[in-house]
Design a protein around this ligand. Structure first.
Ligand code: FES
Length: 72
């Protein structure tokens, strides 16, 4: 299986790239492309996808810790 990448965009969405299946709360799949963006600001009118509503209205910049301590 190909590696899936999720990028936490500065002040915006979660950019998902790879062969993934996105399901709703009932387990039904959304139609997605190989790359798509998920809303993490809560402002999208097209959840769970980002519709650009975050622009100028959401601030969150996160950085992964150094690889020695990453994820622990
Ligand atoms: S992150 Fe883009 S609309 Fe929420």
């Amino acid at each position: 299986m190909a590696k899936v990448q999720i990028k936490v965009n500065d002040n915006g969405s979660l950019r998902v790239t790879g062969d993934v299946e996105l399901l709703d709360g009932e387990g039904k799949p959304f139609v997605t492309k190989q790359t798509f963006s998920l809303c993490r600001c809560g402002l999208s009118n097209n959840k769970p996808f980002c519709d650009g509503s975050h622009k100028g209205r959401f601030q969150s910049v996160v950085r992964a810790p150094s690889t020695e301590t990453n994820g622990q």
